[in-house]
Ligand binder design. Structure first.
Ligand code: HEC
Length: 147
């Protein structure tokens, strides 16, 4: 009889054991399932708006960029009163606006059309000023004379 009791007891233990194991495995699995990490990587796209700084190119009147330079006058003339450096072949034109008539016998506007002097005759003869260019030259020389 003892053997029967022992084997019964053992089978119960084994049964409980197996049951416990199986149950434990199932419960363990079912326990794990809800523990799925809810880590959704949220990619925050950083919207970096390129703030383009518009570099303003200042169009300030440069001394070198004027009619006297573009027509080559500064190759022979300075205009001290306008801060324009130039060659020394011809006289400084700072006072030309007022002095030309007395010197050359005709107003500067006429002088620039048809110079009475030797060098300027060939300068203007070879590279005449248009009416617009002459006006610009006169403007500048007038400015210089008024300083
Ligand atoms: C090749 C050199 C040369 C160039 C270039 C030249 N000049 Fe002259 N300029 C002279 C000389 C030299 C005189 C002095 C008078 C003469 O000999 O003709 C003179 C005289 C003058 C005079 C009379 C000034 C005075 O006080 O007697 C004026 C105004 C003048 N030039 C304007 C100009 C202008 C405007 C330009 C450009 C379009 C110019 N010149 C280009 C050489 C030049």
């Amino acid at each position: 009889m003892k053997k029967a009791i022992i084997s019964f007891a053992v089978s119960i233990v084994i049964g409980f054991g197996l049951g416990y194991l199986v149950f434990g495995v199932i419960m363990g699995d079912s326990d794990k399932q809800p523990q799925v990490a809810q880590t959704e990587p949220t990619e925050e796209k950083s919207t970096t708006e390129d703030q383009k700084e518009e570099t303003k190119t200042e169009t300030a009147a440069v001394d070198a960029d004027n009619i006297l330079n573009s027509k080559g006058c500064l190759g022979c003339h300075a205009v001290d009163k306008l801060g324009l450096k130039g060659g020394a072949t011809g006289p400084d034109l700072s006072k030309a606006f007022t002095e030309v008539e007395g010197k050359h016998g005709k107003p500067i506007e006429e002088f620039l059309k048809e110079p009475t002097s030797a060098v300027m005759s060939s300068v203007i003869g070879g590279n005449p000023l248009t009416d617009e260019e002459r006006t610009q030259v006169l403007d500048m020389l007038k400015q210089a004379s008024e300083k």
